[in-house]
Write a new protein. Structure first.
Length: 357
């Protein structure tokens, strides 16, 4: 096993998983809808990268259904056969919310893998699909049936939204949750730590590097250590090269003397004027604006994903800014623990978009 790799309980599943787990999306080959022209690894190259991670102690590999996520799923299945299926935990997922569609998706994934997934997630559950997923005959019911039939071992919900993860924490059908967070966007992690319901579930965290933007400003030891200082089972890192695997896994995450949120903002202030939002998601806009998402895109614009962030910000920012100007109650101001001047910040983002359009 790898130097320094540690293992944690995955909730009440009985599984022990590596603190740092392997996200397989970078292993894909060709152009796929979710990440056009991303990576281009052959099967041989992909197998070598996964094997290197295994040699460093990694035992959980996370993938997603073909074709949306390219050919990473069958590559992982080939790796499982080579390394010994019993030696790794396979986490898989699909963006289907109806029970029939989800049931079929798991059967397709199992065929692609050539084996069963240990954990299967309903992927990227949002407010538009939440009730369908949790309702009778929805995706969770289907996964529960598949678990009872022995076609998967555990049921998961993956979402970027705290309220949906909390609903999953309350639901006895759900074994594992997958959310997002990092040393900048730590608000959801803080809320997970405060809520005892999450203690019953395995918790995996992605977006630790914030779309690859944070390692240029903070050490990987600090990025990993910050998230692992929370009561989570492990972090999922997308890995596509030997160098990325070594950077993520051949080290000891820094667990002491971690940066506070204010100290993180201080580092970013050397480059731009950050919005002091940790994405706790407590603010609710009566007009439906996802305030925390707008603020994230603003941060990402200044951190280097300017084209991508502008494209996202351009979708409805004018309407959101006008709603702020028209809103008489402004309940978001009272909801924000950071006391951010939300209407002014949204108007600032609107101007940013206009200046770059």
């Amino acid at each position: 096993m790898g130097v320094g790799m540690k293992y944690r309980k995955l909730g009440k599943t009985g599984l022990m998983i590596s603190e740092i787990s392997f996200g397989t999306i970078p292993l894909l080959q060709g152009s796929v809808p979710v990440l056009p022209k991303y990576f281009n690894l052959s099967e041989k190259e992909a197998l070598a990268v996964m094997d290197y991670a295994f040699s460093l102690g990694c035992n959980l590999y996370d993938t997603a259904i073909v074709p949306e996520y390219g050919d990473a799923e069958p590559k992982l299945g080939k790796f499982a056969r080579l390394i010994g299926r019993e030696n790794i935990v396979i986490s898989d997922k699909a963006r289907f919310y109806d029970g029939n569609e989800m049931y079929q998706a798991v059967e397709i994934s199992s065929e692609n893998l050539g084996t069963f997934p240990d954990i299967y997630f309903v992927h990227q559950v949002d407010g538009d699909h939440e009730d369908e997923v949790f309702s009778k005959g929805g995706a969770l019911d289907a996964l529960g049936e598949l678990k009872a039939e022995g076609k998967i071992r555990f049921v998961g919900i993956a979402s970027h939204y705290y309220d949906i993860l909390l609903r999953g924490a309350r639901d006895k059908r759900v074994d594992v949750l997958q959310g997002s967070g990092n040393l900048l966007e730590r608000g959801m992690l803080d809320r997970i730590r405060e809520e005892k319901l999450f203690e019953e579930k395995g918790i995996l965290i992605n977006k630790v590097y914030a779309a690859g933007l944070l390692p240029a400003r903070f050490s990987v030891d600090t990025l990993m250590g910050t998230v692992l200082s929370y009561p989570v089972s492990g972090v999922l890192i997308g890995l596509g090269t030997m160098e990325q695997v070594k950077m993520a896994m051949d080290r000891e995450p820094e667990m002491e003397n971690l940066l506070s949120f204010e100290e993180v903002l201080g580092v970013l202030e050397q480059e731009y004027n950050p919005i002091p939002c940790d994405r706790c998601q407590r603010c609710k806009c009566p007009w439906g604006t996802e305030i925390h998402t707008l603020f994230r895109q603003y941060q990402y614009f200044h951190l280097g994903k300017d084209y991508w962030a502008l494209k996202k910000l351009g979708l409805g920012i004018e309407k959101s800014a006008r709603h702020c100007q028209e809103c008489a109650l402004m309940p978001c101001l009272d909801m924000c623990p950071k006391k951010i001047r939300i209407p002014q910040e949204i108007c600032k983002i609107w101007k940013l978009v206009n200046n770059h359009s």
